[in-house]
Design a protein around this ligand. Structure first.
Ligand code: SAH
Length: 194
């Protein structure tokens, strides 16, 4: 089955309203919705697109920065072997862990800290997904990306961000493609947008 079809199948198996503690009545709109703590859950069409662009294979190890509600995490965990997800807000980290456990996921590893510097412990990662916008691509993540790995990240400033798809070639060099204009909440910390 094609990657696009697989991602679509995952989308159909995941109920977005289950991931929202507030604004549940808005769950089926294709728009970003506030989830509390100044954060948002992305629109389903963008989650689908970003997941497709990450091109996950069943044996992949994936790192996600910005667990939030876990909606994107559920896509990643349905397609990859292992998912490492990092969140800095404790309430979101705890409630999302409980929610994804209820759904039966056993391949997700949850971390509560500032994800500006990656997660050295389990590197290298085949795929890396950022769901918060940075001022530039954090170097730490290029180091932690496997050869032939793919990283998706919104980069820019508060008013304009480009969704970048970065691949690491076998000689260690980087290939960067701009996918589309997007608007995400900021990645807090060293790479915060202004
Ligand atoms: N993918 C999520 C949406 C996340 S919103 C979903 O589907 O619901 C972005 C998330 O990134 C927020 O939860 C925010 O707290 C988190 N975040 C922002 N900066 C961070 C950082 N430096 N380290 C870890 N998480 C961060």
């Amino acid at each position: 089955m094609s990657n696009k079809k697989l991602v679509q199948q995952v989308y159909e198996s995941i109920d977005r309203s289950f991931f929202m503690d507030i604004n549940k009545d808005l769950a089926y709109l294709d728009s970003a919705i506030p989830i509390g703590y100044g954060q948002t859950i992305s629109q389903p069409s963008l989650v689908l697109y970003m997941t497709e662009q990450l091109d996950i294979h069943a044996h992949n190890k994936v790192l996600e920065i910005g667990t939030g509600t876990g909606y994107q995490t559920a896509f990643l965990a349905s397609l990859a072997k292992e998912v490492y997800t990092v969140e800095r807000i404790e309430a979101l980290h705890l409630s999302t862990k409980e929610r994804l456990n209820l759904l039966g996921f056993t391949n997700i590893h949850y971390y509560l800290f500032d994800g500006s510097y990656g997660l050295e412990e389990h590197q290298p990662y085949d795929r890396i997904m950022f769901t918060a916008a940075a001022s530039s691509i954090p170097d730490y993540y290029i180091d932690q990306l496997a050869e032939n790995g793919v990283l998706i990240i919104p980069v820019g400033n508060a008013s304009h961000q480009d969704l970048l798809r970065v691949t690491k070639l076998s000689d260690g060099s980087i290939n960067e493609t701009s996918l589309e204009a997007v608007r995400f909440v900021p990645l807090v910390g060293e790479y915060e947008i202004t």
